[in-house]
Design a protein. Structure first.
Length: 202
């Protein structure tokens, strides 16, 4: 494992000669380590760069961001710090929404070109709206009640959640992340790159 862009990224399988670099944004409640297997599956021409939000992975000593805009700003600054001027983005679920917002801000900064955006487990982000009661219904719950609500809303939890320690830590991280989500996606959002979104039953 190496660090790139300070401690804001994990690159588990460095490929300095790669011509394709994908910056990945994790699902709510997790960090960049969720992409640890992706580097093994990627071709030798593709490098996986996993973003770690404040409070996760090598940034565990940092306080989490207080607002969605703060998270977007942190991610944009992290991507801008990379020595690559052309990248692709991928995000899963909340990470997919984050990737679109990051692309929008990078387009405005004009210092990094986003060639394409892949989104998994989330509908097209440009016009999506969360239910008005989303925070009250899910994010304001605690512990097992929160996890049960997540499973009911988004589907089965991964097998790793059977571990009590992982379950407790993920519950706390989920609570932090879900409270960041904006209820409405701004209409002015312009990712400036092709978006491929996969959402639904596998």
């Amino acid at each position: 494992m190496i660090r790139s862009g300070g401690n804001r990224f994990l690159i588990l399988d460095p490929k300095p000669m790669a011509s394709v670099r994908i910056v990945c944004f994790p699902v709510a409640g997790s960090g960049g380590t969720v992409f640890s297997q992706w580097s093994k599956l990627a071709s030798q021409n593709t490098e996986i760069i996993a973003y770690s939000p404040p409070g996760r992975d090598l940034r565990s000593s940092e306080p989490p961001t207080a607002t969605w805009d703060d998270l977007v700003e942190d991610a944009v600054n992290a991507v801008s710090s990379l020595p690559f001027r052309s990248i692709a983005l991928y995000g899963h679920s909340m990470g997919g929404l984050l990737s679109a917002h990051v692309a929008d801000q990078l387009r405005k900064k004009q210092d990094t070109t986003v060639k394409a955006i892949g989104i998994g487990g989330f509908p097209g982000p440009l016009n999506h709206q969360f239910p008005i009661d989303f925070v009250d219904r899910i994010a304001n719950r605690e512990g097992e009640e929160l996890l049960a609500s997540i499973e009911e809303t988004f589907g089965h939890l991964p097998e790793s959640m059977a571990n009590d320690d992982i379950r407790a830590l993920t519950s706390e991280h989920l609570k932090v992340d879900l409270r960041l989500l904006p209820v409405t996606i701004p209409g002015r959002l312009n990712a400036g790159a092709p978006i491929v979104a996969a959402y639904g039953d596998a």
